[in-house]
Design a protein. Sequence first.
Length: 725
Amino acid sequence: MSLVVQNLSLGVSGGGGGISQIDTGNTAWVDGANGDDGTALVGRQDLQFATIGAALAAVSSGQAVAVRPGTYAESGLTVAAGVRLVSCEGWQVTGITGAAATGTRVTLAGNASSIEGFKITVPTDAAYGVQSTAGAGEVGSVFFCTFIGQAGSVGYGLGQTGAGKTISLELRFAAGEAAGLAICSAGVLATQGNHVPGAATLGAAWTVTGGRFQGLDLNCGSASVTDALRQSGGTVRVFTANWFNVTNALHFTGNAVDCSIQNGEFDSVTLAVLVDPALTLAGAVIRIAANHQPVYSFPAAALDSDFAVATFQRDSASLDSAFDLFGVPLSVGFGEKGVQSALGQGLPYTTGEVCLSTDSTGAAGFVDESAAAISKTGSLLEFQGTAAGHCLMWCSQRFDSTGTKLKHWGLRIKQTGATSGGSFVFEIYDGAAWQSVAVMATSAEESYRYADNLFLRAGSSEDVRFGIDESATWGSATFGAYTGFWSRVRIVSAPTTAPTFEQTKLHPSSSITSARGVVSSIGLSQQRGAVAAGGGVFGEDGTVVNSSQTVAAAPNQYTHISPDSLLNSNGDACMWQAIIPSNINTAHPLTVSVLVAFTGAGAVTTFPTGIVTLTPTETSGVLVADPAGGITPVKRSSVGAQTLSTSTAQVVSKLMQPEGASAGAAAIDDQQHQIEFGPFDVSAYAPGDMLYLRFEMDDDGSPNYDIFLGLAEVSGVIFEAGTPI
């Protein structure tokens, strides 16, 4: 068998047999192995250039030079305005090594000039792999280029030196030594997706001496890189920096720098920021919001510069995980709109909140109202009915670090409809039974105080503080399908109209700044402090006389005289008065501490007994909850206010046994003792209401002791600094 092939022609027929021309429009082709600069023509793929330089010289604006794979030992290449220099198969197989060790390889010399897809050897002198000299208003492009360094090189991969702009994408410094991947000294260098892997040895991955450097997704992870970014001048805007293993993330070598680093992380660096010792950073503006450890080196003269850092630091052998803000004041909110914030356990929350309702008999069981309680719009949370015994109850399904369900220290209640008549009580479950707790309501926004006057204000958002602390007996229990620490509000007497609510939130322990800037606390962030103290001269009853105490050691010993403060007979009493100040959380009871000295002789057989009587009394003219339901408090009218002679006194009697003392032991005289009396409930009273106090020696003990009342202090729980103006 034989095969005959006739009239076989390769290529495109040009009217005759054999290979003819291959037209490719405005592209000049370069092939170092097969091209010929002497015969090459622009637009002819079959007539290729041997060198890139010859091809660039042959093209003009609007044309391209396409380079086939190979290594081209050329330097001083100029890409004119409007010309595109591109490799056919990418930087992996197409390289420009340079005609000599020194000298810039490629220059982008005009508007719309570009280079794409080459591996370029960086010169050893202070020159560039690619240099952009485009003038003002002109834009050049560098895409998908990789740079290779040389031993001892002080050159750069990409240099922005013209007044124009260069846009670059996916630059890489693969290996070797050089001054840096890129430098911007003028104009604008906008680059995205830069990579400096471990094989690179650079003074700085990116250097800015002038102009504007804009970087997105800049990655540098070589331990042989001294500085990720070095700046002596100009403007830097970097978004998402991934810099690790380098010596310094940021190194400032000049004063008047403008630098902003947003997002990303500096990881495993010796210094996050290094400022040269001689600098003051005068005129500098520096903003860093990338995660890193706060390891900085600053000269003292630079500390007052406009330098601000916001970062999450990692946990380490010497540092705890934290969010840090350095250098500038923290501002939350602005003139047109306040913003609420919280320190401690955060703002009131709905995540994990459970809300159940029950009827007065328990026949309906526990109805899950959580969806209505959590929803902030379009919901309605209400009691099942208005009869006494109906309840709404809450707990949290969130856990602390020990796996224990969270407690809550109050509620934030957004109310839609006000109650009419009736009475309510808040309770917590102690593990066996419900125990009542005092409460105080304040407006969440304005911080108005309403004492224990609840559910009167339609359209309000209020914080209800429970009068409990860690000492409260609060047992975990299961109701319905949920286990947790429960609180509830129960109808005591039936209202004509029950209140309705849009949303409720559980209150953690926090100090909160309202949208108006008012600071208050709830839960364990509150502190106990003095309400008032009385001493020196008291009102007296019975045979109270002046006290005469010998105090101080020789040679400074003297007799201290205190008028009307020595109780020497049973029934003797001292009296004083105070007001409830504006910063007291009236949900917590008051305590009265008497500081006393006993005058007697011999070991005590029976300790004296004291009685403290506290009588809170309403005062007209102080701000109280508006009985008509207004959110803004009103002044209490004298009409209906308590009379002094009919106010209810609270009396606490106590054996006055000093701490550590025991009957039959040493005498307790010639010492100062603090004896605490309480609790005294003032939850129904308002700031400015009067406190009448009386301390009586009920029994002088055995042997008989006189009591010197040196000072009496009333203390309560402070939740706020003062009264909002």
